[in-house]
Design a protein around this ligand. Structure first.
Ligand code: ADP
Ligand code: MG
Length: 376
């Protein structure tokens, strides 16, 4: 396929922070960008050439995307996969609607992960009430997760007993779920892979991820695991991209168990919060990779230029009266990069921005990042 070159118009479904950082990357590389997002104040609208302010499945908006864009991508998995397949008849779409559909459904997703020869936590797929009437002991204590539309720990219930699991399933309204065994995690890591064709694959350095209340809080790079284990996570991410015949940026979340083995948790068919460090610490960042993949350019080099720690800024850090955090603290730290997404309203749990601390070692960066958290 011929490469798509600037100043071609690129399209993206979704204009949140991921769409916004994609737009900046594409514009910087000389492309033009059209964003589809129903929110008039979507972060990406600050930078896009064209903002189609309409629902994601709006036929006219999709037609415009298809007719005016040389290639289209997405910033999130919960778009209509069918709309993406239809769009693919008019223009180049990556990742494919099929891959997005896989990542939309935990049952389908886990099936694919296992089919690629990679381990998941023991799980039970529950698509109807009969399917939860079996012996649940292999999955207990466990987490019941809705198959669809869960994120940042939403749609999840921790259960100790079979009775609790069945009650929780009923509470979730009997929608399709997975019951997953609660594993004893040593830590969590992620690997983000960019693939355009079998010969063109690049993986970023592995990030170690700390969550608070089900939401990513901190990413530490390089992850504090053995280099062989990090290499294994990168290989597994590549293997998964291969199995899916994936084109684009694919994030793979892993659990590291107590015995130093890796289990795949979930995938995201897009750049990932745990890859934001690449903006400041890698030769190519994950949004440039998204542009490169959709335009059929070779993936950029993923070398780590400096150990880095990324800290998410949630709405919780804003004062109740809407007052801003104490940014002066960051202004005085020359090795810290602040990224704010331009969201108008700071709500609890809402991702408002992040900062990345670059230092000689991950430990030094982490220490400084934690100290900054307390003074913001
Ligand atoms: P989300 O889509 O909300 O990110 P995840 O499946 O990644 O959902 O779960 C969120 C977090 O909950 C994980 O990052 C991990 O900390 C914890 N978690 C999820 N599943 C398990 C499990 N099987 N065992 C232990 N912890 C888990
Ligand atoms: Mg997750």
């Amino acid at each position: 396929m011929a490469a798509i070159l600037p100043p071609a118009m690129l399209g993206i479904l979704g204009g949140g922070q991921l769409g916004s950082m994609f737009t900046v990357a594409a514009k910087t590389m000389g492309y033009r960008v059209t964003v589809l997002d129903p929110d008039a104040s979507a972060p990406a609208a600050r930078f896009a050439d064209v903002h189609l302010c309409a629902p994601y499945n709006d036929p006219d908006a999709l037609k415009t995307l298809g007719e005016t864009c040389s290639a289209v991508t997405t910033e999130f998995e919960n778009v209509n996969a069918e709309a993406m397949r239809a769009l693919a008849e008019r223009t180049r779409v990556s990742p494919s609607g099929d891959c997005v559909a896989i990542a939309q459904d935990r049952i389908v997703e886990k099936g694919w992960i296992n089919k690629a020869g990679l381990p998941t936590a023991p799980y039970l797929a529950i698509e109807s009430v009969e399917e939860i009437q079996v012996d649940l002991t292999p999955y207990l204590p466990g987490i019941l997760k809705t198959a669809r539309l869960g994120y940042d720990g939403k749609g999840q219930v921790r259960v100790q007993t079979a009775d609790e699991a069945r009650a929780a399933y009923a509470d979730l309204g009997g929608q399709a779920c997975v019951l997953e065994k609660m594993l004893d995690l040593q830590l969590e890591v992620s690997a983000i892979v960019t693939r355009t064709s079998p010969a063109q694959v690049a993986v970023f350095p592995v990030a170690e991820n700390l969550h608070t209340g089900g939401i990513l809080d901190v990413s530490i790079v390089p992850a504090r695991i053995a280099p062989e284990l990090a290499a294994q996570a990168q290989d597994m991410a590549k293997k998964l991209a291969e199995a899916l015949d994936y084109v684009g940026v694919l994030a793979v979340e892993f659990f590291v168990l107590a015995d130093d083995t890796l289990v795949v948790n979930e995938i995201a068919p897009r750049p990932h919060n745990s890859g934001h460090y690449t903006l400041d610490a890698c030769l190519t960042d994950q949004f440039q990779q998204q542009v490169r993949a959709m335009c059929d350019l070779l993936p950029g080099r993923t070398d780590l230029l400096s150990p880095a720690v990324m800290v998410n800024l949630l709405g919780d850090s804003w004062r109740e009266d809407g007052g801003e955090p104490n940014w002066a603290v960051l202004a005085e730290a020359p090795n810290v990069h602040l990224h704010l997404y331009g969201k108008q309203q700071a709500r609890t749990g809402r991702k408002m921005g992040h900062y990345t601390v670059l230092s000689a070692s991950a430990d030094a960066a982490l220490e400084q990042a934690e100290a900054l958290k307390d003074t913001l």
